[in-house]
Write a protein that binds this ligand. Structure first.
Ligand code: SF4
Ligand code: SF4
Length: 355
């Protein structure tokens, strides 16, 4: 069966059955309007209709701190590779975060392939969840077309009221429905209910930035010397929060840490941020992006211009986390709106010609 339904009253039992064999990770509430992915044993604490979690699920694909190898100076095999991974089921991944995982998959599958990432990815089963209502003023998923699912999941749940409509997308997803034995085939009435929800979603999810996403790289090409970056540079605190919470930021630093015997030790990597001044520093003390304005511009260009040239897709999923977390109230949608005004890109259609 490709389409199925799960009655809402069975959600708790579904998670409980899954958690009997495997670690299940799902979003749970963390104080007022804050959510985080963490291990759950049942469905009781799972929060599905919520704004994006504080950190995206990328933390399971590329942990904040990860040992890559141990070394022994006097051993014949001096470096021993390490892959820290475990079987996981990620439940309740919103469409913006599915898009973020797809971006990371592209980056880490490039040659030279990142084996640690790819092994970890192969052990993670993903169950996506579609938001039926717009989440908050920071989200811009409609702008970048990530308000609807574009693959990247094993199962996908959509809330139909008293039940979930479920798309079974992979063999792993099929095995879950078989094993938990709580699903029923979807009926024509369920498919009609799904079509109505999709129709309603088209009205609810508005694009608040008046530029078509195909023209974004063009807009950024014209904006290299914009005053917008100077303004952001004056306000930015260079804390790096925006990149830490971004589902598509993947920069890291690699360090060797010797033990006290100075013969053994480990090589690890941890998240880094292009917003730190030291990030672009090279030998001799020069920095490519000394000014915060240049670092802010770089962050935006890494979302809306460079990845289009390299991967033919935008690397912003519209999750809104960067704006939600910024202490200086730097807001992605405001910045985009300023650039649209400045470059005269308002309401232009897709294509290179100016209408
Ligand atoms: S979160 Fe805000 S203040 Fe911190 S580095 Fe990012 S833009 Fe600057
Ligand atoms: S740039 Fe901001 S809105 Fe876009 S994916 Fe990153 S955190 Fe989300």
């Amino acid at each position: 069966m490709q389409y199925a339904v799960l009655k809402k009253e069975y959600l708790n039992e579904f998670i409980t059955r899954l958690a009997q064999d495997q670690k299940v990770i799902a979003p749970v509430a963390k104080g007022y309007n804050q959510f985080a992915f963490e291990e759950v044993k049942s469905g009781e604490k799972v929060a599905l209709d919520h704004i994006p979690t504080i950190l995206p699920p990328k933390k399971y694909f590329m942990p904040q701190y990860e040992t890559l190898a141990t070394y022994h100076a006097n051993s014949s095999q001096k470096m021993n590779p390490v892959v820290e991974c475990e079987d996981l089921i990620l439940f309740g991944v919103h469409t913006c975060d599915l898009a973020g995982i797809q971006c990371l998959n592209m980056v880490f599958s490039e040659r030279p392939k990142d084996i640690n990432y790819l092994i970890r990815k192969s052990k993670i089963t993903i169950i996506g969840y579609g938001c039926n209502d717009y989440c908050d003023e920071y989200a811009s998923c409609r702008l970048v077309h990530s308000h609807t699912p574009n693959g990247g999941y094993d199962l996908f749940f959509i809330n139909l009221g008293d039940k979930f409509f479920v798309h079974i997308n992979t063999l792993a997803g099929d095995e879950i429905t078989e094993k938990t034995n709580l699903f029923e085939p979807a009926t024509p009435a369920d498919l009609n209910a799904l079509a109505k929800i999709r129709e309603k979603k088209r009205e609810i999810f508005a694009n608040e930035v008046p530029v078509v996403h195909e023209r974004m790289p063009e807009m950024f090409s014209k904006s290299y010397d914009s005053n917008v970056w100077e303004d952001l540079g004056k306000r930015c605190l260079a804390c790096g929060n925006c990149t830490n919470v971004c589902p598509t930021c993947y920069c890291f630093d690699v360090t060797d840490e010797p033990n006290l015997d100075l013969q053994t030790g480990k090589r690890f990597r941890r998240w880094d941020s292009c917003q730190n001044e030291a990030f672009a520093k090279v030998a001799g003390g020069e920095s490519f992006r000394k000014e915060r304005s240049a670092r802010q511009r770089h962050r935006y260009f890494r979302k809306f211009k460079y990845p289009m040239e390299k991967f033919s897709r935008l690397f912003c999923t519209g999750c809104g986390r960067c704006s939600r977390t910024c202490m200086a109230k730097i807001n992605l949608k405001e910045t985009l709106n300023q650039l649209v005004e400045e470059q005269g890109m308002k309401n232009l259609k897709a294509g290179r010609e100016t209408e």
